[in-house]
Ligand binder design. Structure first.
Ligand SMILES: C[S@@+](CC[C@H](N)C(=O)[O-])C[C@H]1O[C@@H](n2cnc3c(N)ncnc32)[C@H](O)[C@@H]1O
Length: 604
């Protein structure tokens, strides 16, 4: 029987051919094609450090520094794994050649990455190589790819304005590669460091908040918020069939309202409206979205809509007296999981009913059972930022996708949520500064922590199925949806998020600072007719109509008792821009008039 060697491995051979095609596409700036080819390479050789490095560069050129950072970080993880493998290993070249097809189950990530890199070197060479020769070539290859990954990571984080993280990776580059002359000319960690410092100084001048709190603010950047051109999971939300199926669901929550396609104004992205607007900030026109309309009169004080959340999270389920599935208060009797309950009411997951336990076990609990996520809860509870809630929603979405073996973007609880509209892709289109910053981006929340969460669930993030399910663009798509629609209950005393939830139908209500309905939210959300004049308490049989039949129902995404500028600040995130409801427009004119009169007094 002929011996099988790496030279016969069809996946390696295909991947080698694809890499060449991808590099050619990248060179001629056919960027979407290059991205697709590198992704295909990864489906054949999942531990391919070179494919990650080059896909990262492609993402950067495409204008997605966040996705570039995700790839470069994965390339670094592979580089570290190869080094660890090489450290304790004696290479027997012949056996490596044979072993590739021996069935690679059970191989550690470092070995897989090593074999992939080795085989690329081996394929380029006519003959089997000696151990010393292989080690030398491997070191050169891994060093080169790692330096490139570090540099692209630093540059991507700089582009995404996560300056502190960018500096960390520049520093790592300077430490690992102190001799700049040994690196290719385009890799210059010192020049990049200087440029980042310059940009930080500029930002401090422009916005004094950055002077006061550089460590926090320079970790929060932004990136594009969009339906990526390769995202084939997004439904056509405005299609008559989709709207009809959403309305069938709506009928289970309320007989008084229905979903319709509406035209909403495109919102201004600049936060401070009194600042001079840049030309590129001036957006106008409207876009198609969904909204909810009254089919019959809705009265002030009338609760006309109730919906259970299919996705609810507690900020610390292990130390909470709330049901981990629905967030209701736990009574004396509660349910637990036989496999992870350690008999300790103070630190265990509990459900309020047999039904909640059944739902949790069917949907997501197996992926979380008996695993230690205490570090996630602690990290999240240390912050009062609402993005902590998005990390928890992401964790449960991951667990559901793994348990049900369903792509996260196909899960019904997230599929129909609004994240952003699809726009046509123009290869030469240059997004404005504001478009490039539309989705908040934090390297820890969106890149490193999600990877650690997957590792805690024993997911090998490099496996093709995991890449398909949990690639960074999938996380960013989920993040955009959660930012747009998640609601959170904040603890009165600590100001920290206690519960967060997404509700599919509730998320279809649009916002006004002069709303005609109001809501209360735990695991279940309910809507009640409202008017600023009457509040919500008047009995609906008094007959005060809050929303007339045929009118749109407007909820509120912020506390409407706040003044104009605080409302703007709070509603900006979920609205994705500056609120332009009639109340805000009125109050904006008043604030501007006051400002003008102050200025004229001062100038006299
Ligand atoms: C929770 S969703 C509301 C439902 C959404 N229209 C849909 O199609 O599913 C939030 C998004 O709706 C849009 N939106 C809500 N209220 C708006 C308003 N008053 N003006 C403009 N856009 C609004 C914003 O794009 C926001 O990010």
């Amino acid at each position: 029987m002929n011996e099988v060697t790496i030279l016969d491995d069809p996946d390696l051979l295909t991947s080698q051919t694809l890499i060449h095609k991808a590099a050619a596409a990248l060179f001629r700036k056919d960027l979407l094609v290059a991205r697709e080819l590198y992704t295909e390479v990864l489906s054949h050789t999942p531990y391919n450090i070179l494919a990650y490095v080059d896909r990262s560069k492609t993402h950067l050129e495409l204008g997605y520094p966040d996705l570039a950072a995700g790839d470069a970080y994965r390339a670094l993880l592979l580089g570290d794994a190869i080094r660890e493998t090489l450290q304790g290993r004696t290479l027997i070249p012949g056996s490596v050649d044979r072993k590739v097809n021996d069935g690679d189950e059970g191989w550690a990530i470092g070995e897989q990455a090593f074999i992939t890199t080795y085989s690329h070197i081996r394929l380029l060479s006519e003959r089997a190589l000696g151990e010393e020769h292989i080690k030398k070539l491997l070191k050169i290859a891994v060093d080169g790819m790692e330096a490139s990954a570090l540099f692209t990571l630093a540059r991507s984080l700089k582009e995404a304005r996560c300056f502190m993280d960018a500096l960390t990776y520049c520093k790592m580059g300077l430490t690992r590669y102190p001799d700049a002359s040994a690196l290719p000319q385009e890799i210059n960690f010192q020049a990049e460091t200087d440029m980042i410092h310059q940009l930080m100084e500029q930002k401090k001048e422009e916005d004094p908040r950055f002077k006061l709190n550089p460590n926090i603010l320079f970790r929060h950047g932004g990136c594009r918020r969009e339906v990526y051109p390769w995202n084939h999971h997004e439904p056509d939300r405005y299609n008559a069939k989709t709207v009809a199926s959403l309305n069938a669901k709506m009928a289970e929550s309320s007989g008084k309202v229905e979903i319709r396609v509406v035209n909403l104004p495109i919102l201004q992205k600049r936060q401070d409206p009194l600042n001079k607007l840049e030309l590129s900030d001036k957006v106008s026109g409207s876009e198609k979205q969904l909204g909810v309309y009254a089919k019959e009169d809705i009265y002030v004080g009338e609760t006309f809509f109730r919906e259970m959340s299919p996705l609810t999270v507690l900020s610390d389920p292990e130390y909470s007296r709330l049901c981990e599935f629905c967030a209701a208060d736990l009574g004396e009797d509660y349910e637990t999981c036989e496999d992870c309950w350690e008999g300790d009411e103070e630190s265990g997951i509990m459900w309020c009913s047999v039904e909640c336990k059944k739902n949790a076990i069917e949907k997501y609990h197996p992926a979380l059972c008996a695993r230690d996520f205490g570090w996630v809860y602690r990290a999240i509870n240390a912050s009062i930022s609402t993005s902590s809630a998005h990390s928890l929603l992401l964790l449960k979405t991951y667990a559901t996708a793994i348990t049900l073996d369903t792509h996260p973007l196909e899960l019904p609880e997230v599929k129909y949520l609004y994240g952003v509209n699809r726009v046509p892709f123009y290869p030469d289109y240059t997004p404005s500064t504001l478009e490039r910053q539309a989705l908040p981006f934090n390297f820890t929340n969106q890149v490193t922590r999600p990877i650690q969460m997957l590792q805690e669930m024993d997911v090998d993030i490099f496996q093709p199925n995991a890449v398909d399910f949990f690639d960074l663009w999938v996380i960013q798509t989920l993040w955009a949806k959660f930012i747009g629609v998640a609601s959170a209950r904040v603890h009165e005393r600590t100001g920290r998020t206690e519960i967060a939830a997404v509700h599919m139908l509730y998320s279809m209500f649009n916002h006004s600072c002069d709303p005609n309905i109001t809501w209360e939210c735990g695991g279940e959300v309910n809507f009640t007719g409202f008017s600023r004049k009457c509040g919500r308490t008047s009995e609906f049989n008094n007959g005060v109509v809050a929303v007339k039949k045929g009118e749109e129902c407007f909820s509120h995404y912020c506390d409407i008792s706040l003044d104009y500028s605080d409302r703007q600040e709070h509603a900006w995130g979920p609205l994705g821009g500056r609120c332009s409801c009639s109340r805000c427009l009125e109050e904006e004119a008043e604030v501007a008039a006051e400002l003008m009169s102050d200025l004229s007094i001062k100038s006299k």
